[in-house]
Structures are given as structure tokens and as C-alpha cells.
Design a protein around this ligand. Sequence first.
Ligand code: NAD
Ligand code: AHE
Ligand code: ZN
Length: 375
Amino acid sequence: TAGKVITCTAAVAWEPGKPVTLETVEVAPPKAHEVRIKILYTGICHTDAYTLSGQDAEGLFPCILGHEGGGIVESIGEGVTDVKVGDHVIPLYTAECKECVYCKSGKSNLCIKVRATQGKGVMPDGTSRFKSKGQDIYHFMGCSTFSQYTVVADVSVVAVNPKAPLEKVCLLGCGITTAWGAVTKLPGVEGSTVGVFGCGCIGLGVLNGAKFKKAARIIAIDTNPNKKAWAEKFGATEFINPTELPQGKKIQDHLVEITDGGLDFTFDCTGNVHVMRSALEASHRGWGVSTVIGVAAAGQEISTRPFQLVTGRTWRGTAFGGIKGRTELPGLVDEYLAGKMKVDEYVTHSRDLKEIAEGFDDMHHGDCIRCVVDM
Ligand code: NAD
Ligand code: AHE
Ligand code: ZN
């Protein structure tokens, strides 16, 4: 198949607000510094649904969504050195070129090399590798894992230990890694107090990372009472349902009271801007650090009294958990294989590609942590 167009099936998002539909797509061979991957499994992330809904400022249609995949390299373009045919790989929506000002800074994982074209739904040369019904189809987040074959830039893919089951470690392409990195990369978590708002895949990953880092007190906060058991399984030492507080009592005031001044670290894992404010205000005067992970709907803004920051709280955020994919993801896969990081436990639903639209519905049910699609 190398060098030839591959005809396969993909879930295409034709227009915002409509379910994805299965289509026959033609996938062109990889050009120089590109990799064609046979995708075997993919998770569905809330960000896929968010873009499909039409809320993403960068959303382009028609496109092939999906950015939490695992697969095998089918062929490589000229100049590709880091992966070879047959490698088990995870596509990276946060690329790592190791050359740009961000990669070299040692301060950020936000590689700039392919970010502009990625945001425009095309490969670095400005064109798409996908066609369906005679029409070009846009790429998404540099990954497009809802296709049986996809093409990505060589800076946007990493080979991982082939002993790791791809139907599980595909989830390291987004949610689990984001959450894990967001907490484990912070200095000072050992012995500290941590508050996690929202116990979906992201919140559970933060809880698990906080436990791994030996935080002393880990408080999970969720409006869904069924999340208590989940939170405790992933490392929470306490669970609070804010809807059960006395009328008019703010969750941040309650947390400040029970922690003698606030939490050392808090995390928004909901994408709700009001929760982001609560998380910031629940962090400790003088040194609290609050991390935004949730993606808010287009047009939403955060607010708080500036006094909250004047009095020593830090408001920060993270994309892909600050993880540099090519350098660090293979190590995370090994931590999973060594039993240090949960992955299997997040998979609550499994679907065949034929049922991928139902997989989007699964995600909106409170009992779904992650749905993995068998391509
Ligand atoms: P999810 O919907 O599975 O989980 C959200 C949880 O928050 C649910 O359990 C829900 O009950 C709870 N919740 C809702 N309102 C609440 C409130 N007012 N107070 C407390 N809890 C509340 O979502 P997820 O997959 O865990 O993703 C969470 C967010 O992270 C999404 O916005 C997603 O787009 C974003 N995300 C960001 C990145 C990144 O790189 N920054 C990566 C992946 C996902
Ligand atoms: N494209 C949107 C924002 C969407 C967004 O914030 N994406 C997160 C990843 S969510 C993964 O599930 C992210 O990493 N953003 C950083 C980046 O460079 O894309 C918009 O508002 O335009
Ligand atoms: Zn995601």
C-alpha cells in the first residue's frame, strides 16, 4: 500500500450540529516528513463533541475529528527518522519539533512548528490528505483519528512500547496524559492539599496523579453523586457534592473553611467558567495555585476579584498537561505498564466504528468516563 492512495472508512463531520456519518474516504500517501498510520482504536473526547457542536472557534467542516488514537505506522514519507513501518504509535495534537523557540525554551510544550496549519485543518504544506465524495476533507488537531487511516506530521507522532495494548493506551493521546501532567509536573504536591473540580476522565486523572505524588489530602468535588465511588477509586480522600451544601453556601467558602485557609492546589476539570472561579477562590491565600484544564465554550470569560491574585493566588492553565509528547509519552506508557498509572479503569464503553455516533451519545451520560472505538 505504500505510495498509493488508500480507500477506507472514516467518520466525517460534514457540518456543525449534525452527527458524524461513515463515509468512504481516500487517504493520500504521506509526503516528506509525514507518516500514514493505520488507526486501530480511538477514544472520543469532549473536545471532539465541542468542535462538532460548532462551538470551536477553529472548527472547520467537513472534517475528520478524533485526537485520542492508537495505531500502527503503515508508511512514511521522505525524511522521517523517528518512526518506522510497523511501529505502534500515538498521534500528538501537541506536536514536538525539538527545534522551535517553545521546544527549546524548557518552559512549555506548546510547539509552534505545525500549529498554524493544524488550526487551519491542513498538513504543513497547506493541503489535505483526505478526500470523500470528490471533496477535500479537513484534518483535525493534526490527528483525525476517526479514520481507519490517517496522515500526520512526523513531529506529531510518537512510537510507544508495543507491549502496551493500543485499545487502552490510545487514551494517552489526550485525557489521561493531560490530567496526569497537569498535576505531576507541579512542584510541591507531595504532602499538600489538592482540590479537583469535576470527576470525568480529566478529574479522575488529576486525582490519580495527586495520589501518585503523595498529596496528603485530596478533595474531589462533583455535582453528580455517582462520582463519589469513582473519585475514591482514583485517589480522593474526600468527596463533596456542592449541591448538598446549605442554601447560599458557596463551594469555595466551604472548602476554605474545612482546609483552614484553602487548598494548596486546585484544578478545574469541568470547562465551566463559574467553576474555574470557585477553584481559584478555593486555593490558599498567599500560595494557592489553581490550574484550568477544562475547555470553556466559545465566548465565555473568567472573572474574579483581582484581590484574589493580589493576595498571592496563581491562576494558570495547561494544554496536554504540559507534556512534550515525543520526549515524555513513551515514559508514561511504561509507567502504565509498571502499574503506576491507571488507564484500563477509564474505559467504561466500547463501540465498533459503525456505532461511533452512538459513542458520542455515550459520552453525554453521567456513567461514561471514556468510550473507546474499535476502528
Ligand atoms: P466530563 O464531562 O466527563 O467530566 C466533567 C465532570 O464535571 C462531570 O463528572 C460532571 O458531573 C462534573 N461537573 C459538571 N458541573 C460541575 C460543577 N458545577 N461542579 C462540579 N463538578 C461539575 O469531561 P472530561 O472528559 O473529564 O473533560 C473535562 C474538560 O477538560 C472538558 O472541558 C474538556 O474539553 C477538557 N479537556 C482539556 C484538555 C486540555 O488539554 N486542556 C484536554 C482534554 C480535555
Ligand atoms: N481550538 C479552540 C480551543 C480548544 C482547546 O482549548 N484545545 C485544547 C486541547 S483540548 C483537548 O481535548 C488545547 O490544547 N489547546 C491548545 C492548542 O494549541 O490547541 C479555540 O478556542 O480556538
Ligand atoms: Zn481531548
